[in-house]
Design a protein around this ligand. Structure first.
Ligand SMILES: *Cc1c(COP(=O)(O)O)cnc(C)c1O
Length: 243
């Protein structure tokens, strides 16, 4: 378990250096722990070490770990593919933000359910900035429109944008993805849409968090670099045909 603490310290240090190098205040950038496939007792180690923000990709995993994590204070986001038939379940588990809203019809279903439960939820609009077929997210050209449409739903509070960049070891190939998300943020801001906040830019993972911070990330989502390699390929979570 001490590997987790060590890894956490390395990540926090990397974030700090990236902020310093790009002239940003480290308090502007939050660390989100991507906990898919990680057992609750390992997640607890990170929470007890002072981390507060975690996120899962699948409802089944949220459900399995929910009870054991209740004893440690934390905030939960959802970063998996959001499907209409899972909305009701996701809302059972005290998720404060869904980072992966990418379709109007799903937003509509979400609004209906929230209205029924008489509550609100925060969302980020997920954008596919890499152009890869296997990645979820709205097309960059459609993003501003989607924000405007979702903004009409009174129980859904838009807080910003999320992207999974190009999966590449070459950071200079990933950078344009993050720049694209930033430019969409600026476009949305220029339109001054009522009720829409563009405060959060959720981008950057284990391999590319420095690049993301340089390009304006406010949330970096880190799994592997803290908890170790997963046994499932990421395509298990990201590929439409397997989700
Ligand atoms: C798994 C996952 C991450 C974390 O990826 P790592 O490479 O393990 O750091 C970030 N975002 C999403 C949406 C994920 O599914």
């Amino acid at each position: 378990m001490s590997d987790i603490i060590n890894n956490l310290n390395i990540i926090l240090r990397r974030m700090e250096v990236a902020c310093r190098d790009s002239g940003r205040d480290p308090n502007e950038v939050k660390l989100l722990l991507a906990t898919k496939t990680v057992p609750a007792d390992r997640i607890k180690v990170a929470l007890e070490a002072g981390q507060t923000l975690i996120a899962e990709n699948k409802v089944q995993e949220i459900k399995e770990k929910y009870e054991s994590l209740q004893l440690v204070p934390h905030t939960s986001h959802f970063i998996g593919h959001l499907q209409s038939n899972k909305i009701k379940d996701i809302l059972k588990y005290n998720i404060t933000c869904i980072q992966s809203l990418d379709r109007l019809d799903v937003a509509e279903k979400l609004q209906q359910r929230l209205e029924y439960e008489n509550r609100k939820i925060e969302v980020l609009i997920q954008v596919n900035t890499s152009g890869e077929q296997s990645k979820f997210g709205t097309h960059p050209d459609q993003a501003v429109n989607l924000v405007r449409e979702v903004a009409q739903f009174k129980n859904i509070e838009i807080k910003g944008l999320m992207t999974i960049g190009l999966f590449s070891a070459e950071t200079e190939k990933v950078r344009p993805c993050f720049q694209l998300l930033k430019s969409i943020q600026q476009e949305v801001l220029a339109q001054n849409i009522a009720g829409v906040s563009m405060q959060e830019l959720s981008m950057g993972m284990s391999g590319d968090l420095e690049t993301a911070i340089q390009e304006g990330a406010t949330i970096v989502r880190v799994g592997t670099a803290i908890f170790g390699q997963r046994i499932y390929a990421d395509s298990y979570y990201w590929d439409e045909t397997k989700a």
